[in-house]
Design a binder for this molecule. Structure first.
Ligand SMILES: [Zn+2]
Length: 501
């Protein structure tokens, strides 16, 4: 079969007066006609793709309208009152976080508006399978599109620009005084339909800076509030730590690491004991130096002194003994290589280890220092849960409260199958909104949202019952006793080692 290039190349024999010219001309016409057909098919298929793309833009515009409708409804004081569980509860407003594992200290109850806001965010996040931060962002964007950026929303609902284009415009327009949004919005919309998202972002930034050079200060002040550090597990036993800080600080830190790496590499080069294939690259030395500084470094003012990071791993007994290469298990991450697990099990101080039965995976030991029942149970629960058990939440169990699924004051026992980790925000959400939860065997939590949707969350690690768990008497408080102080004191003895506040 000939390639398209050969098929359509100039034919050197195609000269006037050639007796085969007629046949060749016919061949050309046939090929041209086939090509026309292909182009027409391409056009039809592309029209379908473009139509779907416009439909997506229209649908995202509609989603923004629906989200804004939801937000507006929930912000109404009457609605907000109805979304507070206390509205339908008999008696006065209940205390906040009366649960066993929470501190006996109380924290202020959320206002109705705050309950309504968090109800809506959690519903949207769970239904759309989004992180709550993302859901909150979408709701905020919807309010902006439905308010000062109506023209952008209209362009989106006509399918003229995509949602991403709309977001790019919002990034530039949201820092402007409201009365000036419309003018710049109109200018940007006139070019937005012809530009990619990347090009539009550049154009929008330049146009905005020309019109409002002072806003970079405002933007920087806002942006610096978002600084933080995030950890994310990556495949193959790896992880990423992200530091979001000012451009000058992060650049200086990167420069320091690079200088350290260059000096180290020069030293390594002079050390003939290091074989060629073991020499580290600049990038590898940077990563090692950053790790050393973060894990063990102490600032001149003493920050970091005496504090060690801590992670929890489980190691199959045979792996620990060096007789198997079955992977270890890092809490909040998953499997890690046997070698790394062995090294940690051998006594690294920043790690708590648990040994597991080779076949059942049941925890055999939670370490010599943790014989007491409450501490064992806490560690067992930490390993089982890994993270906060609210749908979608990734906050580590080690930074969360332990919650009685069925409240202690309603007869819920302090037992492994009635306890689960909830981060502070979701612990409050459970107690202060119309969300409810039950626990099924195997540590499965079944959440019911205020709108009546069901969401199940599963333990991170399947474990047998904790080996040292004693029977727990079910409390039966009488209805007229003060259920806030007595159980609080009892529970403070029973569970937490450290106050959760
Ligand atoms: Zn949470």
């Amino acid at each position: 079969m000939s390639s398209p290039a050969e098929q359509f190349s100039d034919d050197p024999d195609d000269r006037p007066g050639d007796p085969n010219a007629g046949a060749r001309e016919q061949g050309h016409r046939r090929r041209r006609s086939l090509q026309e057909q292909a182009r027409s098919t391409l056009a039809k298929k592309m029209a379908r793709v473009a139509k779907s793309h416009r439909r997506i833009a229209k649908a995202t515009a509609q989603r923004a309208r629906d989200l804004e409708d939801l937000r507006e409804w929930s912000a109404d004081p009457v609605t907000a009152k109805l979304l507070n569980p206390d509205y339908a509860r008999a008696g006065a407003a209940g205390p906040v976080l009366t649960d066993a594992d929470a501190s006996p200290r109380k924290i202020a109850a959320w206002e109705n508006q705050e309950i309504a806001r968090r109800t809506v965010i959690s519903e949207v996040a769970c239904t759309l399978r989004l992180a709550e931060r993302t859901a909150e962002g979408l709701i905020g964007e919807a309010a902006m599109f439905a308010g000062p950026m109506k023209a952008t929303l209209t362009a989106m609902s006509r399918g003229e620009i995509s949602y991403r284009h709309g977001q790019v415009l919002m990034e530039q327009l949201s820092f402007l005084p409201l009365e000036e949004v419309a003018e710049l919005e109109a200018q940007l919309l006139s070019v937005a339909t012809d530009l990619t998202v990347g090009k539009l972002a550049g154009r929008a930034r330049r146009m905005r800076e020309r019109a409002h050079p002072e806003t970079i200060t405002t933007r920087a002040t806002e942006a610096v509030k978002e600084r933080g550090v995030w950890w994310e597990g990556r495949p193959d036993g790896m992880g990423t730590l992200t530091w979001y800080g000012t451009a000058q600080q992060t650049q200086a830190a990167h420069d320091r690491l690079t200088s350290i790496a260059e000096a180290t590499r020069n030293r390594d080069f002079q050390d003939e004991a290091i074989p060629e294939d073991r020499r580290r690259t600049i990038g590898q030395i940077c990563a090692d130096a950053a790790g050393d500084l973060l894990l063990d470094g102490v600032t001149p003012t003493g920050t970091g002194g005496g504090i060690r990071g801590s992670v929890m791993i489980t190691v199959p007994v045979l792996t620990a003994m060096g007789e198997s290469d079955a992977p270890g298990f890092l809490e909040g991450y998953g499997p890690i290589p046997a070698d790394a697990a062995r090294e940690i099990a051998a006594g690294a101080p920043s790690f708590t280890r648990l040994l597991t039965h080779p076949e059942t995976g049941t925890v055999l030991s939670v370490g010599k220092d943790h014989y007491t029942v409450p501490a064992d149970l806490r560690r067992w629960l930490r390993l089982r849960d890994g993270t906060c058990r609210f749908p979608g939440c990734t906050r580590p169990a080690s930074r969360s409260d332990i919650d009685h699924t069925r409240p202690w004051e309603h007869g819920g026992p302090t037992d492994y199958d009635n306890l689960a980790h909830l981060c502070r925000a979701h612990h409050r959400l459970k107690h202060q909104s119309l969300w409810s939860v039950t626990q099924e065997p195997g540590g499965v939590l079944v959440w019911t949202s205020p709108a009546g949707a069901t969401h199940r969350t599963y333990p991170e690690t399947a474990l047998g019952p904790p080996p040292t768990l004693p029977p727990t008497p079910s409390p039966t408080p009488s209805p007229d006793t003060d259920t806030t102080s007595a159980p609080g004191e009892f529970r403070a003895r029973e569970l937490p080692e450290e106050p959760p506040f």
